[in-house]
Design a binder for this molecule. Structure first.
Ligand SMILES: Nc1nc(=O)c2ncn([C@@H]3O[C@@H]4COP(=O)(O)O[C@H]5[C@@H](O)[C@H](n6cnc7c(N)ncnc76)O[C@@H]5COP(=O)(O)O[C@@H]3[C@@H]4O)c2[nH]1
Lengths: 170, 170
């Protein structure tokens, strides 16, 4: 089914490529740009219940601002030569450098596809089925990460109820 | 099902972002780099029956060589700021510039995920089911493109029987 396939495609086409040594790349960026601040070395993958994913985390919460980009990964895949995979470092600013907290986060992009499918008349995905597929995606992805122990220290799934109704989004 | 979901996600998360004005970006590259040569302004999306996608088209056929990259698309999506979407221009060289043919092509990335799922014991996709999902993907994607007339001039699906057995691939 869709959610199951999206989780495996997300693993093979993305996580498997970027998670090796992810924590080291984050640490390098912190050492060069914010050596006195607090940070998390993991990729935080947000899974909102509504499946709605803002373009930037700053749109979801104005206390979260864009800080920078760790070294990207370049890989030739399926005919696209040197495709670029990059992430965004965000921060929550405190009064001092020591109080400021840096972290890498993004929404699970396949979940945004589920949202767009449910919004489109053509794709034929009901609101109930959207939620069902999102849960399938989450369950499958949790399983994949749990059997890949090296990813436990570089990645964390963050499901949450964002309480957004389709009618409230924009 | 997986193939149906992958086709819609490929449309919402990729084709919808890169196909607008795709032909203009290819023409710009040709005008600057190979003004005397023949070329196709469309994105050629390869859908091999085995679902196996080489990293580069040159690996599949040594007469096809890498020529360059048209201007990439940058878009902030699902928390990744200014994510880069780029394509590869390939060429088949003739004796002269006039005889050389340039084209943009790549494999349909979701199909590679189906291949990797079938190769992995964990993902639980049989060889028969892989072929079935690939056909679902192709049928759904053909439908999506046919109801978006502006994409007819910027994109062409290229299904073919590559006669590759799992045992023969490396
Ligand atoms: N050829 C090609 N070039 C691209 O730049 C590209 N970007 C996406 N896609 C394909 O479109 C579809 C929708 O993409 P989405 O972003 O929702 O899911 C993506 C996304 O959640 C994640 N991912 C892949 N590359 C990146 C990336 N650079 N940054 C963040 N996430 C990424 O992993 C999923 C699977 O990726 P692919 O298996 O490469 O195929 C995708 C997918 O089939 C692409 N295909």
């Amino acid at each position: 089914n869709a959610g199951h396939g999206m989780a495996w495609s997300y693993y093979f086409g993305y996580l498997k490529l970027i998670l090796p040594n992810f924590d080291a790349r984050v640490k390098n960026w912190i050492d060069e740009n914010a050596p006195k601040s607090m940070y998390s070395p993991k990729l935080h993958i947000l899974v909102p219940r509504s499946c709605y994913c803002y373009p930037s985390l700053n749109d979801a919460d104005s206390r979260i601002t864009i800080a920078g980009t760790p070294e990207p990964i370049s890989a030739s895949r399926a005919g696209t030569i040197k495709r670029l995979y990059k992430n965004t470092i965000y921060k929550i600013e405190g009064k001092t450098e020591e109080d400021t907290y840096y972290f890498v986060a993004e929404y699970a992009t396949p979940v945004l596809s589920l949202y767009e499918m449910a919004e489109s008349d053509e794709a034929g995905l009901s609101a109930d089925e959207k939620l069902n597929q999102m849960k399938q995606f989450y369950t499958t992805l949790s399983h994949i990460l749990s059997v890949n122990p090296e990813f436990v220290q570089t990645c964390v799934l963050v499901p949450y109820d964002d309480k957004l109704d389709e009618d409230e989004v924009r």
